[in-house]
Design a protein around this ligand. Structure first.
Ligand code: IMP
Ligand code: MG
Length: 174
């Protein structure tokens, strides 16, 4: 398996979506303190694109999660490896992910952070793969919605930790 030469989403398309979403977040969160929490490592490229487009008071931090599954799918067992120390109480928290597949990672993270009484928690993902959904979860800000269940890489997304650096999103093919 290797990344296809066929580009699914180009850097330009992704950055344009980041602009639109950054604008939406700025409007939705006007007058509130915003905390962006990026999920390492997949969210890095998308997070930097989105944060540059937000007009407002923004703090950023990162969390690390692991889920025991195989390389291509996550299991139900999501563990938090690195938590945030930012005081999120009363703030507008936005969790930034690379892709929402089963939804388990974001559901677990949201429940975990909710206990700290933020004013709100919304989810922002570069990609949504609704065909893989196992738990119900509302992703307010999504870059793109995938029509099928293909495994994709690039722009932060990996296959066995590789291809994260590709400046576009593509499929894996044999
Ligand atoms: P969820 O808990 O099933 O929603 O898992 C989401 C995580 O699974 C993402 O953060 C990715 O690490 C991984 N993942 C799911 N689908 C893909 C894909 O198509 N390409 C790369 N990683 C994926
Ligand atoms: Mg991954």
């Amino acid at each position: 398996m290797r990344p296809s030469d066929r580009i699914l989403y180009s850097e330009e398309e992704i950055r344009n979506r980041a602009k639109e979403i950054g604008k939406e977040i700025s409007e939705d969160c006007r007058g509130h303190e915003i905390v962006l929490i990026g999920i390492l490592r997949g969210a890095v490229m998308w997070m930097t694109d989105v944060m540059k487009e937000i007009d407002g008071d923004v703090e950023i931090d990162f969390m690390v999660c692991s889920s025991y599954g195989n390389e291509f799918s996550s299991s139900g067992n999501v563990r938090i490896e690195k938590d945030t120390k930012v005081d999120i109480k009363g703030k507008a928290v936005i969790i930034i992910e690379d892709i929402v597949d089963s939804g388990r990672t974001l559901k677990k993270l949201k429940e975990h952070l909710m206990l700290r009484e933020p004013e709100s928690i919304e989810l922002c993902a570069l990609l949504d793969k609704p065909s893989g959904r196992k738990v119900e979860i509302d992703v307010k800000y999504k870059g793109f919605v995938l029509k099928d269940d293909s495994f994709i890489v690039g722009y932060g997304l990996d296959a066995a930790q590789k291809y994260r650096q590709l400046p576009y999103i593509t499929f894996m093919e044999s």
